[in-house]
Every structure is written in C-alpha cells, then in structure tokens.
Design a binder for this molecule. Structure first.
Ligand code: ATR
Length: 284
C-alpha cells in the first residue's frame, strides 16, 4: 500500500520489509538512521522494545506504551538526525470503526474479546473515547482482570467488568488471534453470549476476509467489518508522518486489497527506484 501511495504522489521512495532479530533491533534502527531512511514501521515483538531505542517519543507512543512507527527527522538541514517514535495503531482502531461500521463510540456498550497486545491497546483506546461500558473476555482471565484494573484507574468514568454482558451491546470487537488459522472456531462463546445480541461486529483479523465470527454475525444480520480498515488506517497515518502529505487512501486501499486478497496480483510499483526507504518487519 505504501509503494502504491509513493507512486501515486510521484515520490521516488520505496517501502521494504526486513526481518530483524530483537537482539539486533537497536543496531537496525541506528543503521536505518545512518543510511538516512525516512522512517520505519515495527511490529511484534519490536513495538515495546523500541520505546527505549528512539531519541524522542511522540505523545501517541507515550500514551499507548508502544512504537509502531519511527520518523527520522533532521534537527536542521544537513544536521543531526533524531529518531522519533509514534504509535498509529490506537487511532486506527477508532478511525476504522467510524469509517467501516459508522460507529459512534461515545456511550456505546462494547464486548471486547482478547487481552493480548492488540486487546490492551483497543481497551484503553475505547475507554479514552468514553464508551459507557466495557466487557472484557479473555481465555486467560488474569489478563482480562489486569486490564480491567488498568482501565478503572485511568478512566474511572467507564464501567468495566470481566465476563460476558448480561444484556445486548452495540459492538463485539475481536482482538484475539482465534480465526487466523483455517478451521479456527469463533472466539465468541455462543453459549455465554449470542451474536444476535449485538448490533455490530468488528474482527481485527483481515485474512481470512470472513472469519467464523464474521460469518455468524452476518447471518444474524449484524453490521460487520474485518481488520483491513485498521491496517489501512495505521499505514495511512504512518505515511503522513513520513511524507508530511495526505495519504491517498483509495490508492492504498486498492493496493492492500489486491495484495491481501488476490496474492497473485503484484503491485506494479515494484520497479520504482529508491533513494529514501522505509522498512518494516514482515508480519504486521
Ligand atoms: P496480539 O499482539 O496480536 O494481541 P497476543 O498478545 O499474543 O497477540 O494476544 C493474543 C490474544 O489472542 C490473547 O488474548 C490470547 O488469549 P490468552 O491471553 O489467553 O493467551 C488470544 N488467543 C490466542 N489463541 C487463542 C485461542 N486458541 N483461544 C482463545 N483465545 C486465544
């Protein structure tokens, strides 16, 4: 999606994927800086480690305790370059829910499935958007309880409980990895809570395009969306941080859909030359 966007804006840039062992992350960031890369994206497990490896943290990275985007910024023309850490994941959750589900989070009741890295960011971001009530469900209950404690402390006005809701909700949000593998069951335990009791379902998984959860939700008449919009929104925000230009969203969405859902269609931008580069590890 980034290469398509660079081409659309006539930028002679290239986005490349590198696999970096966590032991080498500091050296990789320093190397990219020395080579005058424009920036980096980072994914698991680098997002937490990088907090200590940049020269400055943007408010977004401070708020969510994770860096998924680095901007290499010269202090003055031709002068020292500083690595600034950002987080574009949290904002992407809200943007995708608004764009794809037309969802207004303020005052909403939400059942959140999953308390891993993605679940934690989602829970805190939803709480910061003033949802009325959050129900947290996770295979490992301790993690959901720890997350509930964190939210109560930071956002006392949000009602937060662990376990399934006793009544209907506005949104079920899946932040577990259940559904990624073919044949995975739905992460929603229908004996505890029926998909018919929610208006909308968002699954952060985007491949496969329709998980067992989304299939059941569609059959029950819910509004549904998969995680492709989130991937797009975090990428578009990173693009804007690096280039200072508005991201060509339609171009990026089309490239992303072609890449993710028609793996034989390759971006025609792969021959664009490179002067500055952006890198990411390949599993985001
Ligand atoms: P991510 O960074 O993508 O959130 P993660 O931190 O490993 O990845 O979190 C994975 C989430 O999926 C967790 O909520 C995990 O539940 P546990 O906390 O109990 O491990 C959930 N998950 C993974 N496999 C699962 C499964 N088979 N059934 C239910 N939940 C599962």
């Amino acid at each position: 999606m980034h290469n398509a966007a660079f081409a659309a804006l006539g930028l002679n840039w290239r986005y490349l994927a590198f696999e970096v062992h966590p032991d080498n992350l500091r050296a990789a960031i320093a190397g990219a800086k020395a080579m005058q890369f424009a920036g980096l994206n980072l994914t698991v497990p680098h997002k937490l480690l990088a907090m200590e490896m940049v020269d400055a943290l943007d408010e977004s990275a401070k708020a969510w305790g994770a860096v998924n985007t680095i901007l290499f910024k010269p202090v003055a023309a031709g002068g020292e370059i500083r690595a600034i850490g950002f987080n574009t994941d949290a904002e992407a959750i809200v943007t995708a829910l608004r764009e794809d589900l037309k969802m207004d989070l303020r005052g909403a009741k939400v059942l959140l499935l999953g308390a891993g890295g993605a679940g934690r960011t989602a829970a805190l971001k939803l709480a910061s958007e003033n949802v009325a009530e959050l129900f947290l469900v996770n295979r490992t209950l301790d993690k959901a309880e720890a997350m509930a404690g964190e939210i109560k402390k930071q956002f006392p006005s949000v009602r937060v409980t662990t376990g399934h809701p006793p009544t209907a909700v506005d949104l079920v949000l899946n932040a577990t990895s259940l559904g990624l593998k073919p044949g995975d069951p739905s992460p929603l335990d229908e004996k505890q809570f029926s998909v018919r009791q929610t208006r909308a379902v968002y699954d952060m998984i985007y491949h496969p395009a329709e998980t067992a959860l989304l299939k059941a939700a569609k059959a029950a008449g819910c509004k549904t969306a998969n995680g492709l919009g989130m991937l797009l929104c975090q990428g578009a925000k990173a693009f804007e941080i690096w280039t200072g230009k508005p991201a060509p969203l339609d171009v990026m969405r089309r490239a992303l859909e072609a890449e993710v859902y028609q793996s034989t269609v390759r971006s025609s931008q792969s021959t664009v030359g490179s002067q500055q580069s952006t890198v990411r590890s390949p599993k985001s």
